[in-house]
Design a protein around this ligand. Structure first.
Ligand code: 5GP
Ligand code: ZN
Length: 113
């Protein structure tokens, strides 16, 4: 599988894992855009948000629950943070494996650009 996140999940690319369970893992973005920039990633290779199925709804919901827990662990829950899923070329998606960004630790732009 030529997918960078599948390789991280398989342990082929050494990466500090901040959270993992049977469905989801989380690690720091390699090029952080904020003091806290984590990626919450399902182990299942879903290429993008538009290819999730209705049966993945609980999985995507758990990604949010875990992101909220990580925001607490990282100490950004009180001041605030942002969760983002980029989808497709115009949505800014570079890695074709569904993932959610958790950004925090600084004042983020008021606008999503
Ligand atoms: P996207 O633009 O697809 O929503 O976000 C992909 C993110 O994955 C980017 O922010 C990028 O910096 C991050 N990324 C790409 N390759 C790696 C990697 O090998 N390790 C880690 N930790 N992050 C990566
Ligand atoms: Zn993958």
């Amino acid at each position: 599988m030529d997918c960078i996140f599948c390789k991280i999940i398989a342990g082929e690319i050494p990466t500090e894992i901040l959270y993992q369970d049977k469905e989801i893992i989380a690690f720091r973005d390699i090029k952080p855009l904020a003091p806290v920039h984590l990626l919450i990633v399902p182990r299942k290779h879903i290429p993008s948000l538009d290819q999730m199925e209705e049966s993945d709804a609980a999985l995507v919901g758990r990604m949010v629950v875990i992101a909220n827990k990580l925001a607490k662990d990282e100490g950004v829950d009180q001041k605030g943070y942002r969760l983002a899923i980029n989808c497709g070329a115009e949505g800014g998606q570079l890695v074709p494996h569904l993932h959610m960004h958790l950004l925090g630790g600084r004042k983020l732009s008021d606008r999503l650009s």
